[in-house]
Design a protein around this ligand. Structure first.
Ligand SMILES: Nc1ncnc2c1ncn2[C@@H]1O[C@H](COP(=O)(O)OP(=O)(O)O)[C@@H](O)[C@H]1O
Ligand SMILES: [Mg+2]
Length: 423
């Protein structure tokens, strides 16, 4: 099935908690040998985000609501499978990439529920829809999907899986931003925020190399900002482009302090979260209170945006290993385009750390993957790891009891079934 495993073309597909669209990243993965063995290296061939239509987004938000019937979920699984398959075909067409050159697809699918026990903080289950058999039928490609469940079955959170890519690609040099043994924080700001802390490989001693990577969710990324702007604009805006509305508002410290009392923020890693906690009803409570104390709509957008920034900095202060050596923050995800988030993150970090900790976007650290591409590229890598029977999780990050090969393979039936249309 995989004749040339030394060099493979893999398409990673991802749609996150924001529900903005399907990211498709086509990557050539080659294997190079180094002292530790065979390491994959990634070259981006094509990337794009295929936005959801208004109808698809409405369907998705119904599935997020927790009120969807089993029938709705069943139909949604096939509907989103078709959308994922078509998104890949669209990106192939737009980029002039022959779909038959793709050896493998890694599809994250769309999370519609990620269940955390509110008392223990343990992840009990998760559900990603986007049926892999439909993707295989629509594209004619072999598909690896359902990456999170194997880690959760082994006691982990099934997330953040980005720690796997971070661990492979982004360990800092021994001297980072002038700091010897400086720690790099890789901060993704999608619907939810998550961080990976990395030490330089040269400074890892025998003890720390056993726990080389710490990653966890920091809290809401864009999910509450999107909710807030949609509310403020009566549904005409889905996000606060470049942070413009937040920039004209004033942050309510009273409201922000109350938001930060949510037990999620002080909980020890491993920890993950989602729309189940940072839900419309969570946001509505603070929206109503904000209006009562005299906040304008833009004040509320600014306050919800500062919650994202504050929860990130709080997480670094509380949980970053060797926090006194934190030397660089590298951002990715849609939130990296929000100037209000980025400028306040820089300001607050400097204030709290008592020194300048540069905040950069991913492409500035020069490894060929940009801030938008990263998560979809990750699922290409995870599919590649699956067919090489190599672990896809970093247990020190997810909390699993051990390394696991993640994902499930759905083989395409040859010849390629590109013309098959699933209604
Ligand atoms: N130019 C921008 N200005 C502000 N926010 C943006 C911008 N571009 C994207 N975003 C935010 O990023 C979100 C999408 O981020 P993404 O990384 O795709 O998250 P997810 O993985 O959850 O889908 C959008 O919902 C929006 O809130
Ligand atoms: Mg997205």
């Amino acid at each position: 099935m995989f004749p040339n495993v030394a060099r493979m073309r893999v398409a990673g597909m991802m749609s996150g908690t924001s529900g903005d669209g399907i990211d498709v990243c086509i990557v050539d993965i080659t294997t190079r040998s180094d002292t530790e063995g065979q390491k994959p290296s990634l070259d981006i061939v094509a990337f794009d985000t295929v936005p959801y239509t208004k109808e698809d987004r409405e369907c998705l938000f119904h599935l997020f609501s927790g009120k969807a019937s089993v029938r709705d979920i069943c139909q949604g699984n096939f509907r989103f499978g078709r959308l994922f398959g078509e998104a890949l075909l669209r990106v192939c067409d737009n980029s002039g990439t022959d779909v038959s050159s793709i050896d493998l697809v890694g599809s994250h699918g769309q999370t519609i529920w990620h269940d955390i026990d509110s008392t223990t903080g343990v992840c009990t289950s998760t559900l990603q829809i986007g049926e892999s058999a439909v993707i295989a039928e629509v594209t004619g490609c072999n598909v690896v999907s359902d990456f999170r469940v194997g880690d959760i079955a082994a006691g982990g959170h099934g997330a953040p899986l980005t720690s796997t890519l971070d661990h492979l690609l982004y360990h800092p040099p021994s001297r980072l931003s002038g700091v010897e043994g400086g720690v790099r924080a890789l901060q993704n700001i999608g619907g939810i925020g998550n961080v990976t802390f990395l030490l330089s490989e040269e400074t890892l001693d025998d003890n720390s190399s056993k726990e080389p990577v710490l990653a966890f969710d920091t809290g809401p990324g864009n999910v509450l900002i999107d909710w807030c702007i949609s509310k403020a604009s009566n549904g005409t805006q889905t996000y606060d482009k470049d942070g413009t509305s937040a920039s004209t508002g004033t942050v309510s410290t009273e409201l922000l302090d109350e938001m930060m009392l949510d037990p999620f923020f002080s909980r020890e890693p491993p920890k993950t979260t989602g729309r189940e906690l940072f839900s419309p009803s969570w946001a509505q409570r603070f929206w109503d209170k904000g209006l009562k104390i005299g906040c304008s709509h833009n004040d509320l957008v600014a306050t919800f945006s500062m919650l994202t920034v504050t929860s990130i900095v709080h997480a670094y202060e509380k949980f970053c290993p060797r926090a006194h050596l934190l030397a660089e923050v590298v951002t990715s995800g849609g939130g990296a385009h929000n100037d209000f988030l980025m400028s306040n993150l820089q300001r607050m970090l400097n204030e709290r750390m008592g020194r300048v900790v540069p905040v950069r976007v991913l492409q500035d650290i020069c490894v060929g993957i940009n801030a938008d591409e990263k998560e979809a590229a990750l699922f290409a890598l995870l599919a590649w790891l699956h067919i090489h029977r190599r672990p896809g999780n970093v247990p020190s990050s997810t909390g699993a009891i051990g390394s696991r090969v993640l994902g499930k393979l759905t083989p395409a039936f040859p010849p390629r079934a590109r013309t098959t249309v699933i209604q």
